[in-house]
Unconditional design. Structure first.
Lengths: 331, 240
């Protein structure tokens, strides 16, 4: 891959259209009206008006964030719930895949639950994000993904860009998660799911909701599990949408131990410290809307990691409150 | 003729098996054929059902891989296009290797002829030497021991029956990992190992982990060194 072409940036529609018409393979994030106004071409898109631009976090309804992957490269595929598990079978043996999934969809729910068991998962690199809507439109608008070849929008399919690489190049997927498990009790769940009432609290069955209330836990802090050194978050979506129920933005998995995270002070500063300065060029990045909101990233920078602000992040499996990026490595 | 139908002829796949899907990776020069045993499986995700991935003899210059879930009952015919559930290679490829050896080629020549890399070469060689391949006679096994150019000496990744994998998959084994993908893969494999008591399932997980190490060998210097350290105390002399 020649990474000396265009670089990721927040562009106006004229600039983005020029890249599409030049034959660039692109992943594009933006407000639905902006995406719908772009010409057909070799690109995939998803809706979000929030971005981490080089100038800092911002919300724009008149611009799109464009991530280029070279000219006339890769294949685009759309996946419904039936085909979704075969996504990585279509991925090149050496290369990477960028996936965009619509928030609130069946494909997202399936991916969140089942992706760890999909064929070739963790073997072939995949990164991506969950499309959403402006927060003022929550409940009234639908997240969408777009297949740029046809211009068709989907609220019930995932769109994927499969990019091959030459033998001397490798893609690596990284996650920056500043949250660490706190000193509170260990929580484990009987079933994998997006909501729970009871769980084991230090081995004793109890109500998760009562635990949160009794301990005054700040629900902006995620549950964190340690996956052989990778910290994986599950963010709290709501309390008591039904009596006694705690809902999550990603599923908790049965058999995995969780703890509520410690608070992170000064996210922007800590993020700068956490981002490695070495490594290959960043081809793709995204960061979570909850980090944007809770850590007040509007107008603040996150080192060289730019990209859409998203409603879930994919670094192989679905993550929450995490920044994800993909680098191109030689050798 | 459709791709799947063409592939069925080339691979000599016969009933009840059929080629449900073919993927040709022109960049890596690989053909991947996905087999199933009937229309009822077609396109359906089988979730937890373990699926094997076997290297087969090349189609032209393209390395050929076959993916299939074997039925649980034993006594399946040893179709050339399938392999043992726990194996990395098809019966057909193993027979081809043995035939070449019986015709007088040295193992190094066989591997070059059939486009077999050092990792797979060692797996097949080990299967022959340990008597897992019925067609291999004792003389042929003995001859292999004198011809080890493609043996484990050339590979930094332990074979799938090396005890180090069981050690790494133990929940309490300290193993420092730098790559996110390997952290997630090992975490999943350890969870599966803790609850799965089927040896075939365990071997499939080991094969998957080993495949990761082979694929990402260049980026796993730190992790491969740890594998080597874990092997030192118990494995000396185990490898030919």
């Amino acid at each position: 891959m020649n990474n000396a072409t265009a670089t990721s940036a927040l562009l106006d529609l004229r600039q983005a259209s020029a890249l599409i018409e030049r034959g660039e393979t692109l992943a594009i994030a933006g407000h639905l009206e902006c995406l719908a106004a772009l010409p057909k071409g070799n690109w995939i898109g998803g809706t979000t008006p929030y971005f981490m631009a080089s100038e800092g976090g911002t919300c724009r309804l008149d611009r799109v964030f464009v991530q280029p992957f070279g000219q006339q490269t890769g294949e685009i595929a759309c996946y419904d719930r039936e085909r979704l598990p075969h996504m990585l079978e279509d991925a090149p043996e050496n290369g990477f895949s960028i996936v965009i999934l619509p928030a609130g969809s069946g494909v997202l729910e399936d991916y969140a639950r089942e992706a760890p068991n999909y064929p070739d998962m963790y073997i072939k690199p995949i990164a991506g994000w969950v499309a959403g809507v402006h927060l003022d439109q929550l409940g009234s608008a639908q997240a969408q993904v777009i297949d740029g070849r046809s211009g068709r929008c989907y609220a019930d399919q995932a769109v994927v860009l499969h990019i091959p690489l030459p033998p001397d190049q490798t893609a690596l997927v990284h996650a920056v998660n500043l949250f660490k498990p706190g000193a509170g009790p260990v929580l484990s769940f009987d079933e994998t799911g997006f909501a729970a009432r009871d769980c084991l609290i230090d081995g004793v069955r109890g109500s998760l909701l009562e635990l949160i209330r009794a301990r005054g836990i700040d629900t902006r802090l995620p549950l964190v599990a340690d996956y052989c050194g990778a910290m994986v978050n599950v963010s709290i979506q709501s309390l008591e949408s039904e009596p006694g129920l705690v809902s999550f933005y990603a599923p908790v998995f049965a058999g995995v131990n969780y703890r509520f995270a410690d608070a992170v002070e000064d996210y922007s500063e800590r993020f700068l410290q956490a981002m490695p300065s070495d490594g290959g060029p960043i081809l793709f990045g995204c960061n979570c809307i909850l980090n944007y909101l809770y850590s007040q990233l509007q107008g603040r920078q996150t080192a060289r990691l730019t990209g859409p602000i998203t409603f879930g992040e994919v670094a192989y499996q679905l993550l929450n409150q995490t920044a994800v990026y993909l680098t191109l490595e030689q050798g | 003729m459709k791709d799947a139908e063409l592939c069925r002829w080339l691979l000599e796949v016969n009933e009840p098996w059929e080629v449900s899907r073919v993927r040709v990776d022109t960049h890596s020069r690989e053909v991947h054929a996905y087999l199933s045993t009937g229309k009822s499986w077609f396109g359906r995700y089988l979730g937890e059902q373990p699926r094997s991935r076997w290297r087969h003899t090349n189609i032209g210059a393209y390395k050929t891989y076959i993916h299939a879930s074997l039925p649980e009952q034993d006594g399946q015919a040893a179709h050339p296009f399938l392999g043992k559930s726990t194996s990395d290679f098809t019966h057909g490829l193993a027979r081809r290797v043995i035939q070449c050896l019986q015709d007088g080629l040295r193992y190094r020549q066989v591997c070059a002829l059939l486009d077999i890399d050092i990792h797979l070469a060692w797996q097949i060689k080990h299967a022959i030497e340990s008597g897992q391949l019925a067609a291999a006679d004792p003389d042929l096994r003995a001859g292999l021991q004198l011809d080890d150019p493609a043996g484990q000496a050339g590979s930094t990744i332990p074979a799938s029956d090396d005890g180090v994998w069981l050690h790494v998959l133990a929940l309490d084994c300290p193993f420092e990992i730098r790559l996110l993908s390997l952290k997630l893969l090992l975490a999943r494999a350890r969870q599966d190992f803790a609850k799965a008591h089927d040896p075939d399932m365990q071997t499939l997980r080991i094969n998957e982990l080993r495949r990761f190490f082979i694929k990402h060998e260049k980026h796993l210097e730190h992790e491969i060194a740890q594998l080597s350290n874990h092997r030192q105390p118990s494995m000396e002399g185990d490898q030919p």
